[in-house]
Write a protein that binds this ligand. Structure first.
Ligand code: FES
Ligand code: FES
Length: 157
């Protein structure tokens, strides 16, 4: 078993760890770092539940090794709301549009939408809906999620 030192930033806090080469990032974030808002469904890149933001990009953390995140800045759903509890615009919009039911798929969807709407080049509705097509909601509440994406893009739902 080979282990490797890694150093990364999660939600603005530095983390130093020694991990096995085979450890996937989703298991590191949940098990080692304690960010259980990273949900794990399929474990092979299909459902989108494990999506986090890595250096500005939405990434399926079950498809990335923890060692590959060495030096990266990661945001999980726990890092979105302000310190005073004010929700991130994506969280607030999902709430307003009733975009969640059991909530299992929600962190991944929120992180994908946050990655695509957070920068200066905000994605349009087509891009957001295309990105959502890679997320599975087992409660099948897709209409609320879709309305939230359209609202975030600035289009009428
Ligand atoms: S758990 Fe990673 S995509 Fe499903
Ligand atoms: S809200 Fe339950 S899986 Fe999507």
């Amino acid at each position: 078993m080979s282990t490797h030192p890694i150093q990364l930033t999660i939600n603005g806090r530095r983390h130093d760890a020694t991990v096995e080469g085979r450890l996937v990032l989703s298991d590191f974030l949940r098990g080692d770092a304690g960010y259980t808002g990273v949900h794990v469904g399929c474990e092979h890149g299909v459902c989108g539940a494990c999506t986090v933001i890595v250096d500005g990009l939405a990434v399926r953390s079950c498809l990335m090794l923890a060692v590959q995140a060495d030096g990266a800045a990661i945001t999980t759903v726990e890092g979105l709301a302000a310190d005073d509890g004010t929700l991130h615009p994506v969280q607030q919009t999902m709430r307003d549009e009733h975009g969640l039911q059991c909530g299992f798929c929600t962190p991944g969807i929120v992180m994908t939408l946050a990655a695509l709407t957070g920068g200066p080049n905000k994605a349009n509705s087509e891009t957001l809906l295309n990105a959502l097509s890679g997320h599975i909601c087992r409660c099948t509440g897709y209409q609320g999620i879709r309305r939230a994406a359209l609202k975030l893009a600035g289009d009428a739902a």
